[in-house]
Design a protein around this ligand. Structure first.
Ligand code: PMP
Length: 417
């Protein structure tokens, strides 16, 4: 779990960053909310950033890194991508937040429906939590049922119905949630039984991407069972593709496994860092989507939509998942070679486009933290316990630069003895 509440170990990673943290503490509870609080990262990690371009980021102290986090997912074709930023700028000159959407909303919706295999329609929001919550609400509206199944340990957002943290959440907020274990057909079937005919939806992550855990792609048996259980009960199969969307397959992350959801939640990678989310659905859920009152003051913002059109076009033209797979394979092989060189066992799991590196037996993350600090000093921005993200901007030379930084990381771990 993330360290929330702004714990600070008192260490000063660099002057400018430390000064900003001190000022923020006075005016922002804990200095920073959520997981972006650098207290979640090893000592020496910056909390504040100055600029970013391609796959390189620069912190406020002027240190540059090859980024393996991609803003926790949104950056997918490279920071400041010229086509994306040009589209956003052209739209910004005409208008952004207006009384209604721009023409670009229809263009983007058509492009999304054309790209996402199961989608007959799309509604836009801003954050991943908006999209997952909209999907659940539509499922309940369509089925008239209450129970929603989620995998134990899966993250679907920061709203009371799904946040993993207890503060401010009432039992009633989650009264109709039931749990199953990812990739475990028996537990999924049992949870459907517990719903006793009152099942609105089964929510699945694109793959098992729990924090600090071995990642697991969905097994075909699990995916097919989820589909079959929804078909048998009339419930909606909701794919939470917020984190993985457009990195594994442009048509939706369960296309490779051959199972289509009824509703999907997208966000992060849609607009290359511009704030946008989308709920997509098939025709069975169109009427319910029409009835549910979903809105937000900024949900029609035209700039993010223009950025999304450009991002989707670039991703389609360049076959973004394949390019990220190449970069990810190079990274994974390089990491395995370094682990062997230093005799430090690691476990890499999940899709290569979203690397997850765990050190064997490292329950306290001592190896991971040592590794990350040493790699950071050599210009590689790793994460010790969250899955990382690659982009189409990660060229072979960038992966090699990251591996060079990783070499220092492994050396530091080996020196721990
Ligand atoms: N679902 C998944 C799988 C996510 O990874 C996230 C964000 N990490 C969310 C939902 C929520 O997205 P947001 O933080 O944009 O609300």
């Amino acid at each position: 779990m993330w360290n929330i509440g702004g714990k600070d170990d008192g260490m000063i990673p660099n002057e400018r960053d430390a000064a900003l943290r001190a000022r923020a503490k006075q005016v922002v509870p804990g200095g920073m909310w959520g997981h972006q609080n650098a207290a979640n990262l090893p000592e020496g990690y910056p909390q504040f950033f100055e600029s970013a371009r391609g796959c390189r980021i620069r912190d406020v102290n002027g240190r540059e890194y090859v980024d393996l986090m991609c803003s926790f997912g949104p950056m997918v074709v490279g920071h400041q991508h010229p086509e994306v930023e040009e589209a956003a700028r052209r739209q910004a000159e005409r208008g952004d937040c207006q009384n209604g959407p721009g023409e670009v909303m229809v263009e983007l919706a058509e492009l999304m429906v054309d790209t996402v295999a199961h989608a007959d329609w799309v509604q836009f929001q801003k954050n991943g939590t908006d999209a997952t919550t909209v999907c659940v609400t539509i499922a309940r509206a369509a089925t008239g049922k209450r129970k929603v199944l989620v995998a134990r340990g899966a993250y679907h957002g920061a709203a009371p119905w799904c946040t993993p943290y207890p503060a401010g959440v009432m039992t009633e907020d989650r009264a109709h949630l039931l749990h199953y274990d990812y990739n475990d057909v028996a537990s999924l079937t049992a949870a459907v039984g517990q719903a006793e005919g009152d099942l609105a939806a089964i929510v699945v992550s694109a793959f098992r991407h729990d924090l600090a855990k071995t990642q697991e792609l969905p097994t075909p048996e699990f995916a097919r069972a989820a589909r079959a259980l929804c078909d048998a009960t009339g419930a909606a199969l909701i794919l939470d593709d917020v984190r993985a969307g457009f990195r594994l397959h442009l048509g939706g992350s369960w296309e490779p496994v051959g199972v289509r959801p009824d509703l999907s939640a997208f966000s992060k990678a849609i607009a290359n860092g511009h704030a946008l989310a989308a709920a997509t659905g098939n025709d069975r859920f169109r009427e319910a989507a029409t009835k549910v009152f979903t809105t937000g003051s900024f949900w029609t913002g035209a700039v993010a939509m223009a950025a999304a059109v450009a991002t989707l076009k670039v991703m389609r033209r360049e076959d973004a998942p394949a390019r990220m797979e190449e970069a990810g394979t190079r990274f994974r092989q390089g990491m395995d070679a370094l682990a062997a060189k230093y005799g430090v066992p690691i476990e890499q799991s999940g899709p290569v486009q979203m690397p997850m590196v765990l050190f064997t037996g490292d329950t306290e993350f001592r190896f991971a933290n040592t590794f990350c600090v040493a790699a950071l000093a050599e210009g590689g921005y790793f994460h010790p316990k969250h899955n990382m993200f690659l982009s189409t901007a990660h060229a072979p030379a960038d992966i090699d630069a990251v591996l060079h930084a990783a070499d220092a990381g492994f050396r530091a771990v080996a020196a721990l003895g």
